[in-house]
Write a protein that binds this ligand. Sequence first.
Ligand code: THU
Length: 382
Amino acid sequence: MIKAVLFDMDGVLVDSEDLSIEIGIKYFKSKGYEAKKENFLSHLGTGMADFVLGAAAELKADDVTVSDADSYYHEVYEKELESHHIAMSGAEEVLRNFKAAGMKIAICSSAQRWKVEANIRALSLSPDFFDIVIAEDMIRRNKSNPDIYLMASAMLGVDLSDAIVIEDSPGGVLAGINAKIRTVALTTTMSREEALLSGADRVISDISELAEIKDAISLEKYLFGIADKEILYGASYVKSTGLPVRMEVINKCIAKALEARDNAYSPYSEYKVGAAVLSASSGMIYCGSNIENSSYGATICAERNAITTALTNEGSLGIDLLVVASDDYPPAPPCAVCLQVIAEFAKADTLVILVDTKGRKEEYLLSSLLPKPFVFPTMRKS
Ligand code: THU
């Protein structure tokens, strides 16, 4: 039962990341350095010191100090807020609805207190609307350490299993996971791919997705109802050894699926498909192409060929990622028969990436392509 919602602030309740980067670029310029957006991107969500010193290290700006940057930031940020509307759409409604539903509401931000307070004003709320407001001044070890979320749960007197964390950055998601609190990742700062691979328990687009939810049970259902569906997937999913699926692995799978497409045997349809599956237990990538037959019905799709190759090699299989390559737009999804086979070895939240030969790509969760796979009664997990 969700009794407390622990919100990160920047990128979740307020859209301040762009403004922060803009001010960062101006600040470094005032010091004689040409900073770019990219210099800041990987230092978001982990506090001012990381933000400034991370970018400074990339720019070799040794003379930059956190306190100097902070006073510059403070002045410019407050001024910019007069003309920028940074409240995320739906944020105020979500906060008011959750509070009215009796859930405790906490802000858990790595930002400076002045910034957190300015952001709260931008939401048209006052600090005492919140049950607690944690800022940088209350914590020693910043996100991705779990401290901030452990502290919030302790202060609220709520069990970790009764809290949820809402985050937008990889470091923030890790802080929630490290605290062993169910963590929701938004795709406001991270790409959908990054968010899906961040380890978060659930990925949603932004806070407005929760604006219609008026009670804790509906929130639980909306966010984690997918867990009920787990019993329908992965009859034989073999667990991951915990190897993270990194972006270079994704790119490798895409390249291999495209390569496999070249080897398709499809003289009848002249429609070539390639597939690559990433084995969760070994990290190996297995490929397949579609193989047609004079007797059309004997044709086997690329996805099933990739899966049988993986099984032949490993004896068991858990799919952490599936890529399907075609020369179609939008890129072709697996057919219904293949989806049923994929579901046997994958999970509801297994990432399926569809690509075409021009590099265009679409990403789905298996559960959105196949919401209700058939699972034989004795194989159901209950
Ligand atoms: N095909 C696949 O390889 N995968 C799918 O999921 C859909 C269809 C192939 C089968 C056949 O060789 C060709 O595409 C046209 O149906």
